[in-house]
Design a protein around this ligand. Structure first.
Ligand SMILES: Cc1cc2nc3c(=O)[nH]c(=O)nc-3n(C[C@H](O)[C@H](O)[C@H](O)COP(=O)(O)OP(=O)(O)OC[C@H]3O[C@@H](n4cnc5c(N)ncnc54)[C@H](O)[C@@H]3O)c2cc1C
Length: 362
């Protein structure tokens, strides 16, 4: 295999994973980011390395199974930055999904993981669930269903991935915006053109803007959805998943240590020109959900901080997207001459994506 010179735009989890996979195959890799590595979407996630239990409802069994195997690979790679957590769905009289449906889903989720399962799914009585969560609103509570999944310390995992890339010989150029990219293998860096055998656009939510600026037409378009989280001064023994009847969504409450809980997310159509920040409306929405489900009522003074990320939802230009929650978070890879575009993805599937992209170059 001939050694190639590869230029990659975007040092999030996708670009970094691609860079490592390419360098591991003996290529010379330069990785560029307009800011620090892992400062954008990859630091704004819900911190789960998961199959995505909610995608079972849409019948994406293959996708869920694949992600559950990838979850295991993350545990092997970074045992210090990952941990198993039990997630409880409290079930109320008016919950959109009842005991039977949730228990079947949770059991199927465990079954799909096969020997990579991280714990049994369970049904819980009212006393069992209130013993774990004494602060749960008891009005209309019928019990709970729980399942196990993996959560990450995303900051530590990002450091591991950057170190791994450097150890493989990747040259990382932070604070180096790429103004244009060319299908002939050029990157425009501060007005200077650099030539590569292949260039890879892993610009996350900004991947399509870079193409537009460069006058390159793609078969794929991105729609942007902002997801915001609150970091609450609240202590939970395990994670909770609240079902929201009004919009058919689910919201996670995940303990992250030191008496804090990660609470989110929202789903708002986002225009890239707007700042990526949690709006007052999103704060009110999330606080209302928390207060509906817990007896101890909280307000803005209980919020330690907030953060927001933008999910690029990929669609073929010929398709429209009517239900953003229903869209699977799958990725698309597009090759145009020496340019490879990567759109979408998940933290969980980034390493698989990295090796898939690298294998296109061999
Ligand atoms: C709210 C939310 C919750 C999520 N939760 C989960 C979860 O729990 N589990 C999971 O598996 N996935 C989750 N995801 C998805 C996951 O976070 C993303 O798929 C992943 O982080 C995308 O990584 P990326 O490298 O494509 O994008 P990014 O991390 O955004 O990286 C792209 C990089 O490209 C750089 N860039 C862009 N344009 C240029 C340019 N012209 N020149 C130089 N640099 C450029 C940017 O600065 C950025 O650093 C979530 C996403 C969101 C938004």
């Amino acid at each position: 295999m001939a050694k190639k010179r590869i230029g990659i735009v975007g040092a999030g989890v996708n670009g970094t994973s691609i860079a490592t996979a390419c360098a591991a195959r003996g290529h010379e890799v330069e990785l560029f980011d307009s800011g620090p590595a892992f400062a954008e979407t990859s630091r704004k996630s819900s911190r789960m390395l998961h199959g995505g239990i909610r995608y079972l409802e849409q019948g994406h069994f293959g996708l869920v199974r694949e992600a559950l195997l990838e979850r295991d690979e993350w545990q092997q790679l970074a045992p210090d930055a990952t941990r198993v957590e039990r997630f409880f769905f409290p079930i109320y009289k008016d919950s959109p999904r009842g005991r039977a449906l949730l228990y079947s889903g949770a059991t199927l989720y465990q079954w799909l993981a096969g020997r990579f399962s991280v714990g049994k799914s369970r049904l819980h009585s009212i006393p069992e669930v209130t013993e774990v969560f004494p602060g749960l609103n008891p009005n209309g509570l019928c019990g709970a269903v729980s399942y196990c999944d993996v959560v990450m310390n995303d900051e530590r995992l990002a450091e591991t991935l950057v170190e791994e890339a450097k150890d493989h010989g990747v040259s990382l150029h932070e604070h180096t915006p790429i103004s244009r990219i060319a299908t002939t293998g050029f990157l425009d860096i501060n007005g200077k053109l650099q030539e590569f055998d292949h260039v890879i656009n892993a610009g996350g939510p900004w991947a399509s803007s870079l193409l537009e600026r460069s006058g390159i037409s793609s078969a794929f378009a991105l729609e942007h959805v902002r997801g915001s989280h609150l970091i609450l001064k609240a202590d939970l023994k395990h994670a909770l998943v609240f079902q929201i009847a009004a919009d058919q969504r689910i919201v996670f409450a995940i303990p992250i240590g030191q008496g804090r809980t990660l609470f989110g997310t929202t789903e708002h159509t986002h225009h890239l020109a707007e700042p990526i920040a949690c709006s007052g409306q999103e704060i009110d929405y999330l606080l209302a959900i928390y207060n509906q489900h817990m007896t101890h009522q909280i307000d803005r003074s209980d919020i330690e901080s907030t953060y927001s990320g933008v999910r690029p939802i990929v669609r073929r230009r010929s398709e429209s997207l009517s239900n953003m929650s229903a869209a699977s978070r799958d990725s698309e890879i597009e090759i145009i001459d020496q340019l490879i575009n990567v759109f979408g993805g998940k933290w969980t599937s980034a390493r698989r994506l990295g090796s898939n992209v690298a294998s296109l170059i061999d």
